[in-house]
Design a protein around this ligand. Structure first.
Ligand code: ME8
Length: 508
C-alpha cells in the first residue's frame, strides 16, 4: 500500500486557536481522509509548538508556570481539533520528551558537522515572532510580519550556516516544480530572501529559559523554529544514530500543509536543516491562503476572533467544515462572517444538498414505499445527469491532486445541482399519475438516488457525519471509492426513514 504522510503546522500554545488556524487542520483532514479513501496508508500529524519567550511571558502574566500554561492551551487546541472531527494519527507536543531529546541530538549532530558554530548576535528583534530582522527588512520601522515594535538585542549565540546552502536552495526553488505551491510563493522566496543573500541563522537564545537546552551549553536554549520544524521527523521515529522503521517508511513527508506566513521557514530553513542531517526533503510544501474575518486579519486583540467550536455548536460541525473549505480557494484568501456563513448554509447545504435528499426520499416513499428498483427505462434527459456522474470521480481526483479543494467541492455540488434540475425536468409527480410510466418513474428515482450516493461517497472527506447519515438513509453498503461507478446502488433495497440534514436558517 502506498504511504502518504501529511502534516500541518504545529499551533502556538499562546491561546485558543481561532477559525483561521482551524481552517488549516480541516483542510489537512479533508486531504488525509480523501487519501485514505483512495486506499493510501496515511499518516497524519499535527500538534502544538510550545516553547519560546512569548509563551514564557504569557504564562508569567497569568501567574502560571510555562508548563501549566501550555498544558492548558495545548488541551484547548486538541479539544477544538476533536470537536471538528479531525482524524489525525498523532498529536505531538514540542514538550514531549521524545521530541526534546531528539532535538538535542540533532543540534549536536549539526554542531559536530560544523554546520552550527558559536558567535555573537546583534540585531533588531521581534519578541512576538521570535525573529531577528535587518534594518532593510523592517516595514515602517516595525516587524514586517506582525507590525509590532522591534528592539535592539545583543547576545552570544549559536549560528546555523544557512549561507552554505544558498546556491542549493536557489536551485531547489527554481528547479523543483511542485516543491513549493502556489508557485507565486516561490518567486517571493527567491527574490525577497535568497537573492539578497542568506545570512547565517541564529539558532539559540540566552534571554529566556523556556526551551530545549543546547546539550553542551546550558546557558542556551534552542531557537524555536529549529525546535518546531524538526517535529516533522522526531515524532515518526527519526534518530540521529538509528532512525526507526516507521521513519524509514513514512519519510520524506508527502505534504507539509502550512499557512502563507510561514512559507519562509519551511522552504528555506527546513530544507537546509534536512540537508545538514543528510535527509531527503518533503515532496511538497503548500502555503495555503488565509481565512479573514470580515475581510480583516483575525486576531484576539482585534476583537474579531471567531472560534470553530462556537460555530459548530450553532451550525453543526460539517457546515463549518464545508464553509471554510469552500470559501478559501487555492491561492486567494477566504472570508468569514456570520451572514455569509448563514447564506452559504441555506443556499448550498439546506437548498441544494438537504432538499435533494429529502425530496428524493419522500418521492420514493410516496410512490414505491421506499423500495428501490432500477428498471433501466432511460430517456435522453438522463444523459446530462448520468454522464456527469460518471466523470465526476475523475474531476474530483484531479482537483484533489492539485490541492484545489474548494474546486473539488464545487464539482461535487454540481452533480447535486444537476440532480435538482433533473427533478424539475422529469417531473416525477406527473409520471406518477400514469400507471404505464411506473417503470420510467422507478428509473428516474434510481438515477437520483444513485447521484446522491456518488456525491456522498465523494463528500465523505469534507463532511464525514452528514455523509454517514445519507448512507444510512440510502440503506446502501456500497460506500467505498471502488463502488463509485454509476449503477452500483443495490437493486431492491428499501430506503430508511429520511431525516432533515440541514434546517434552513430563517432570518429573524
Ligand atoms: O505559525 N487563516 O503557529 P500559529 C488560515 N507555531 N490559516 C491561518 C490563519 C488564518 N487566518 N492564521 C494562522 C505557527 N494560520 C508556528 C508553526 S510549524 C513547524 C510552526 C495558520 O499557531 C498559520 O499560517 O501561529 C500556521 O500555518 C497555522 O495556522 C498555525 O499558526
Amino acid at each position: 500500500m502506498e504511504k502518504y504522510y501529511i502534516s500541518t503546522a504545529i499551533a502556538y500554545t499562546s491561546g485558543k486557536p481561532h477559525i483561521g488556524n482551524t481552517y488549516e487542520i480541516i483542510l489537512a483532514d479533508a486531504i488525509a481522509r480523501y487519501k485514505r479513501l483512495k486506499g493510501y496508508d496515511v499518516y497524519f500529524q499535527t500538534g502544538t509548538d510550545e516553547h519560546g519567550e512569548k509563551i514564557e511571558l504569557k504564562a508569567k502574566e497569568q501567574g502560571k508556570t510555562p508548563k501549566e500554561f501550555v498544558d492548558e492551551t495545548a488541551g484547548e487546541v486538541k479539544k477544538i481539533w476533536d470537536v471538528m472531527n479531525i482524524s489525525y494519527d498523532k498529536f505531538i507536543r514540542t514538550t514531549d520528551e521524545v521530541h526534546e531529546k531528539e532535538v538535542q541530538k540533532i543540534f549536536q549532530k549539526m554542531y559536530d558537522k560544523g554546520d552550527i558554530y558559536l558567535g555573537e548576535y546583534s540585531g533588531l528583534y521581534c519578541t512576538d515572532c521570535e525573529a531577528f530582522w535587518t534594518e532593510s527588512q523592517l516595514v515602517d520601522g516595525k516587524c514586517p510580519d506582525c507590525g509590532r515594535e522591534v528592539k535592539l538585542k545583543k547576545e552570544e549565540a549559536y549560528f546555523f550556516k544557512l549561507s552554505k546552502y544558498q546556491d542549493r536552495l536557489q536551485k531547489l526553488l527554481e528547479e523543483n516544480n511542485g516543491f513549493l505551491e502556489p508557485a507565486s510563493r516561490k518567486n517571493e522566496m527567491i527574490n525577497n530572501f535568497i537573492k539578497p543573500g542568506l545570512q547565517d541563522l541564529c539558532v539559540s537564545r540566552t534571554s529566556f529559559t523556556w526551551g530545549i537546552q543546547v546539550p553542551f551549553n546550558n546557558k542556551h536554549v534552542v531557537y524555536v523554529w529549529l525546535d518546531a520544524l524538526t517535529n516533522y521527523i522526531t515524532n515518526i521515529g527519526y534518530d540521529t544514530e538509528q532512525p526507526s522503521d516507521i521513519f524509514n517508511k513514512y519519510w520524506p513527508a508527502d505534504l507539509h500543509l502550512i499557512g502563507k506566513d510561514i512559507v519562509r521557514f519551511h522552504s528555506i530553513y527546513w530544507p537546509a536543516f534536512l540537508w545538514s542531517l543528510d535527509l531527503e526533503l518533503p515532496h511538497k510544501i503548500f502555503g495555503h491562503p488565509w481565512l479573514l474575518s470580515n475581510n480583516d486579519k483575525i486576531g484576539k486583540s482585534r476583537g474579531n476572533a471567531i472560534y470553530a467550536d462556537d460555530l459548530a455548536e450553532k451550525y453543526g460541525v460539517d457546515a463549518v467544515r464545508y464553509y471554510v473549505l469552500h470559501e478559501t480557494p487555492f491561492a486567494n484568501d477566504g472570508n468569514i462572517t456570520t451572514e455569509l456563513l448563514e447564506e452559504r448554509f441555506n443556499s448550498d447545504l439546506a437548498n441544494v444538498l438537504g432538499n435533494l435528499v429529502n425530496r428524493t426520499l419522500a418521492m420514493s416513499k410516496k410512490y414505491f414505499e421506499s423500495k428501490v428498483e432500477n428498471t433501466n427505462v432511460y430517456e435522453s434527459v438522463d444523459d446530462n445527469l448520468i454522464t456527469y456522474a460518471k466523470i465526476l470521480p475523475k474531476l474530483v481526483d484531479e482537483k484533489m491532486d492539485n490541492l484545489r479543494i474548494s474546486d473539488a467541492l464545487e464539482d461535487i455540488f454540481e452533480l447535486l445541482r444537476r440532480s435538482n434540475k433533473y427533478i424539475d425536468d422529469t417531473c416525477p409527480w406527473v409520471l406518477a399519475k400514469d400507471e404505464s410510466l411506473k417503470n420510467r418513474l422507478k428509473t428516474v428515482l434510481y438515477n437520483l438516488l444513485e447521484s446522491i450516493r456518488i456525491s456522498a461517497i465523494l463528500l465523505q472527506p469534507f463532511m464525514p457525519d452528514t455523509t454517514q447519515k445519507i448512507f444510512k438513509m440510502l440503506n446502501t453498503n456500497n460506500t467505498s471509492f471502488d463502488t463509485l461507478e454509476f449503477g452500483n446502488l443495490e437493486n431492491n433495497i428499501v430506503l430508511n426513514e429520511s431525516e432533515i440534514l440541514f434546517n434552513r436558517i430563517e432570518n429573524k
